[in-house]
Ligand binder design. Structure first.
Ligand code: G3P
Ligand code: CA
Length: 332
């Protein structure tokens, strides 16, 4: 349960968040299973300013931190005999059929019995598999609040509403729930250290009517999402959101020879008053541009003017930001 608490700004007002932001993408999944309290806590210890819970709903309407409604790949549900009968051979999510176990078929009490697993076991540490539970949004809020108070650091929450139209069709609308849970935790209004994000424009427009919290339109790699990056798309986004969260190759295009070409999207978004947060920065070579290390890639994006980065290894992003800030001319 969410501890009864109201946000009490320190004397002199809220502590500002650093810039550019380091966002612990799903926590610190390069080290610990994604979307667990231990992963979020480690992200903060490694220097993340924000943690990013992706949110899906349980059958009884609780918001839990998972990247997918399908629990098969990131929990131990498939080896739990008591849940064998919950398996669905075909379940439609946004027009695509999936097999597996789905959060909306489980109560929160049942979800609490599951244990998280590393999403990329072939690449990353699996030693914590089976030991970490699935947190609710309330528990993530509590973690951020208590850690921020204890460390005297400004920290933020960056929840993503996953598949809002799918959830609404199930009778489990996310928008009202997330706004209510955040308000109960004392997070309300544009000054609150919160960014709400979604790929779905209609969900953000609904949120814009429900809350003053800052909103971020996600812009994915697919053609339909790419339309948000056009001039007309950005004009529209500026009408209901405060920023864009962008697939990084929409911003900078590294070439095979080490050259980098800017698409101009950062400047176009800034010209409309929109923040630009880029995703996803991962340190394993398979995701890095040819000839670049993780720190090199991050530096390129900081130098290009992004306002934040979603990083699977927040410690590396924090270090790269420090180097970037040190290398900038001192303010007069
Ligand atoms: O939310 C930004 C980024 O996380 C979007 O991608 O699939 O990791 O949620 P995904
Ligand atoms: Ca996300």
């Amino acid at each position: 349960m969410l501890a009864a608490c109201a946000v009490t700004p320190p004397p002199g007002g809220p502590v500002p968040l650093p810039a550019p932001l380091v966002i612990g993408h799903r926590g610190a999944p390069g080290h610990l299973p994604e979307h667990t309290l231990a992963s979020y806590r480690l992200a903060i210890e490694l220097g993340a300013d924000c943690v990013e819970p992706d949110l899906v709903a349980t059958r009884d309407g609780a918001l839990i931190a998972r990247h997918e409604p399908n629990l098969s790949e990131t929990t131990d549900v498939a080896v739990r005999p008591e849940f064998r009968d919950r398996y669905r051979a075909a379940h439609a999510i946004d027009g695509a059929s999936q097999a597996g176990w789905f959060a909306s078929d489980f109560t929160l009490a049942e979800i609490r019995t599951l244990r998280a697993r590393q999403a990329l076991p072939e690449l990353r540490f699996t030693g914590a598999d089976g030991r970490l539970g699935i947190p609710t949004l309330e528990e993530v809020i509590d973690l951020v609040r208590t850690t921020s108070a204890a460390a005297g650091r400004a920290l933020c929450l960056y929840p993503e509403l996953k598949h809002p139209a799918y959830h609404r069709a199930l009778g489990l609308p996310l928008e009202e729930a997330v706004v209510e849970v955040l308000a109960r935790g004392g997070f309300d209004g544009p000054e609150a250290p919160v960014f709400l994000q979604s790929f779905e424009r209609s969900s953000l427009e609904r949120l814009d009517r429900l809350t003053g919290l800052r909103l971020v339109q996600l812009v994915g790699s697919d053609e339909a999402s790419g339309a948000f990056a056009s001039a007309a798309g950005l004009d529209a986004v500026a009408g209901y959101a405060d920023g864009i969260g962008v697939w990084k190759l929409h911003l900078l295009r590294p070439g095979p020879d080490g050259s980098v070409r800017s698409t101009g999207l950062i400047e176009a978004a800034h010209a409309r008053g929109l923040l630009v947060h880029a995703w996803t920065f991962r340190s394993e070579p398979r995701w890095l541009p040819p000839g670049l290390g993780a720190a090199d890639e991050l530096r390129l994006f900081f130098e290009a003017g992004v306002d934040g980065v979603f990083a699977d290894f927040p410690g590396e992003a924090h270090a790269a930001r420090t180097q970037f800030l040190l290398g900038r001319p001192a303010a007069p």
